[in-house]
Write a protein that binds this ligand. Sequence first.
Ligand code: CA
Length: 235
Amino acid sequence: MNNALRVLVVEDEIELAAVIISYFEREGYIVDSAVDGPSAVEKASAGKPDLVILDVMLPGFDGIEVCRQIRSFSDAYILMLTAREEEIDKIVGFAVGADDYVVKPFSPRELIARSKAILRRHRSPSLDASTEDRTDVIGFGEILLNSNSRTVFLGDRLVELTKTEFDLLKIMMEHPKNVFSRRTLLESVWGGEWFGEIHVVDVHVGHLRKKLSDAGGTDGLIRTIRGIGYGMDLG
Ligand code: CA
């Protein structure tokens, strides 16, 4: 297929990398690979991947730094592979811009399913191009969200969001009176093939809130409904 999606697999454990690569190839992806930080950044720049599978512990410099650098020039989805809790804390805490993570050991099947779910988000805007004209801008309080340009403004300030944060905000703004359970948000934003921890929603909502508040947003734009999930206008 000529419109095959490109995946860059960055993993220095050669055997694991080979397994991941063979699974992606079997699914029809065009796969490139790298085994250290510097070459990962180089290949992400040259190869324009749609998705980067990125291990955290790498020679050269680590996956966190690779993620940061890729984010400075690319919109590729980034799915990180982590081996330990501390690494998850880093990915989460430093808000490096990864879209998702998978904890080792994982099954290649799960990795592929998670990747497909991420990439489906990528393709959906162009699939419903015919509806672009009517669904472009939604407002909520001081927030203006443009689905075509995928930009969010708070007043006149541009708020830079990751794709996941944008998608979460969008679905909540489209249905401001709804209360969304974590599972509903997972299924809407990540697609139906969700295998991970439901806690990942809290992480992304946390980042989203921080960015809105750093841009001068009032507190409580996104509310927490104890024991259920999140919503916007619940007054
Ligand atoms: Ca490694």
